[in-house]
Design a protein around this ligand. Structure first.
Ligand code: M6R
Length: 579
């Protein structure tokens, strides 16, 4: 939540920051701002509510000259969405500016004590307090000490980038705790940002900061300090992602591109290294899986597969794990997180102290990788759309790789390709349901996590209320909501779940529901208002991969028809770094 970026180099800072903000916008998009130290050593701050494209061109961000600066795109936590609450925030003199991602939990106390010393605040945010605190500390000590002292006084989560007009050395002061921040080490220019794609235009060499780290960035290098103030070495990583991967590539939305990319990335995911994870699984007793949102649905699939081999395994919503589970030293904890930065997941992992841990993630250098004994990477390339699509199928792919041999999974790319061919048909279905108020997704067995995921995707970007159930549950309550015309989306492949699911479809149809089925069964087709065909002869274990694609397309087209931007649904952000 919130994206931050800093630049110190010999190039035009405002350009690098504006470029980066466009890539970071998926993290939060209610307001945006930039601060650059102009050639006259004056801090120029421009900010407003609105999307990056409109605000940056209206306020002419890139017209600001200067070689050092910072920027921010906001997802509001404290204070309404307005210009005053947009970042960057400044101290009383306007000489120190900063951008912050996270939540300063002790901000009210800090604010009161600073106000008592005469500080005047221009916003309702917790973040502004940090600029004033640094101003206060800089009255008695050099900037670097003042920054470190300031960071030491903060409670909560933060990724911070700060700078001062009074700093003759033109440096950025940065720090992180429970919010991501990565240094991008270019040639003669240093950057930092909440994620890697924001810096790809400038470098492929990155240094992820560790929890509690602080760093100083200047044009020619960086110095990192651990939380106790001692200089620290951190590993550099090189990524092979390129700018094209983080662009729309001719598609109107990232989401559509990412859905379509699945047929390629699935093979990358299938080639990821799962050997160490397998060893840990084989050596473990009970297995707890922790994840949120879409990743939780992949986690349910993992739990089903583990249970089918006789293992004791359960998927937990990460934010609830500490209230429910009692892991012991023999418990293996598997965290699934696309971003590797989801606060709920990180918190649950910390709660499971002493357990062996596996992380399944897409992001090299993300926080989850530092907390796990073993990491399985999705290799799905950057995912920009807020709705997770290709990373879900990638999660399923690496999970399946733990249970099935290569040959059996080989048809996956072709299967996904075949389901993508239904795009026009699904667009036509979207027209029929775009005006509805409710939708229900039903399935049984291993197809249930796909129904959950289809329903989440649908509500997330169409704003139509939707729910998903194992078909057997309909008659235990939900059937009372099935009235004439209500869409019921049935995942009905020809597997062992079909006979009973067919019964559920008939129950819904008898109440006038509009039945959309995804099936390869003639009986189901007869009962349906519309059917999307599964390829004949599909290996039953692969059905979940075939079923998810039309559901993603349905959500996408319905969203567009309803005038929603599927890449940036209201109130949401790609990376949820607050609990
Ligand atoms: O990065 P993570 O996989 O940990 O993210 C978890 C959820 O926030 C995420 O899957 C969310 O539910 C998506 N927006 C769903 O499309």
């Amino acid at each position: 939540m919130c994206g931050i970026i800093g630049y110190a180099g010999s190039g035009r800072a405002s350009q690098a920051i504006t470029d980066g903000l466009k890539r970071l916008e998926y993290r939060g998009y209610d307001s945006v701002g930039i601060a650059v130290l102009s050639p006259k050593s004056k801090l120029e701050v421009r900010k407003d509510k609105g999307m990056v494209e409109e605000v940056s061109s209206a306020l002419r961000f890139t017209s600001i000259g200067g070689n050092i600066g910072l920027g921010h795109t906001r997802w509001a936590t404290h204070g309404t969405v307005c210009r005053a609450n947009a970042h960057p925030h400044a101290d009383c003199t306007g000489s120190i500016v900063l951008a912050h991602n996270g939540v300063i939990e002790n901000y009210a106390k800090l604010r009161d004590s600073l106000a008592a010393k005469g500080h005047k605040f221009a916003s309702d945010t917790d973040s502004e307090v940090v600029a004033h605190l640094m101003e206060e500390n800089a009255k008695t000590q050099p900037l670097i000490r003042a920054f470190m002292r300031t960071i030491g006084q903060l409670e909560g989560s933060y990724a911070i980038v700060a700078m001062s007009a009074a700093d003759k050395e033109e440096r950025l002061f940065i720090a992180r705790r429970n919010s991501p921040l990565i240094i991008g080490a270019g040639k003669g220019e240093m950057l930092c940002a909440s994620d890697i794609p924001a810096m790809l235009k400038y470098t492929r060499t990155f240094v992820p900061l560790q929890e509690g780290d602080m760093a100083i960035l200047a044009r020619n290098g960086y110095k990192i300090y651990s939380a106790d103030g001692a200089e620290a070495e951190r590993k550099q990583i090189t990524v092979d992602w390129d700018m094209e991967m983080a662009k729309k590539g001719g598609y109107p939305h990232f989401m559509q591109k990412e859905i379509s990319d699945q047929k390629h990335f699935i093979n990358e995911s299938l080639s990821s290294d799962t050997a160490d994870a397998m060893k840990l699984i084989c050596a473990s007793g009970r297995i707890d899986i922790i994840a949120a949102g879409t990743s939780y649905h992949a986690g349910i699939m993992l739990s089903y597969l583990l249970q089918s081999t006789g293992r004791v395994a359960q998927a937990y919503i990460a934010s609830d794990y500490p209230y429910i589970a009692k892991p012991d030293k023999k418990t293996l904890v598997i965290a699934i997180s696309q971003s590797g930065e989801t606060a709920d997941v990180l918190q649950a992992l910390r709660f499971a102290e002493g357990c062996r841990k596996i992380a399944i993630t897409n992001v090299v250098g993300s926080t989850v990788t530092a907390l796990a004994d073993c990491v399985v990477f999705l290799n799905a390339g950057p995912e920009v759309g807020v709705a997770a699509t290709k990373t879900f199928t990638s999660q399923l792919a690496v999970i399946y790789k733990l249970f099935y041999d290569k040959e059996r999974l080989k048809p996956l790319s072709g299967l996904i390709g075949a389901m993508l061919e239904h795009d026009n048909e699904i667009k036509a279905v979207a027209q029929k349901i775009a005006g509805k108020e409710n939708a229900f997704f039903i399935a049984r067995g291993r197809n249930v996590p796909i129904a959950y995921e289809g329903s989440l995707k649908f509500k997330e970007i169409t704003y139509i209320h939707s729910e998903a159930y194992p078909g057997g549950e309909l008659k235990h309550g939900t059937l009372s909501l099935i009235t004439p015309g209500v869409p019921v989306i049935a995942l009905a492949p020809k597997d062992e779940t079909l006979p009973k699911l067919l019964g559920n479809i008939r129950e819904a149809k008898a109440r006038g529901a509009f039945i959309l089925s995804i099936t390869d069964d003639d009986e189901v087709k007869k009962e349906s208002d519309i059917s999307i065909a599964l390829p004949p002869g599909t290996d039953p274990i692969l059905y979940p991969f075939a079923l998810i694609v039309p559901l993603q397309l349905l959500a996408y087209h319905t969203s567009v028809l309803r005038g929603v931007n599927p890449d940036r649904p209201r109130n949401l952000a790609k990376s949820v770094t607050v609990e």
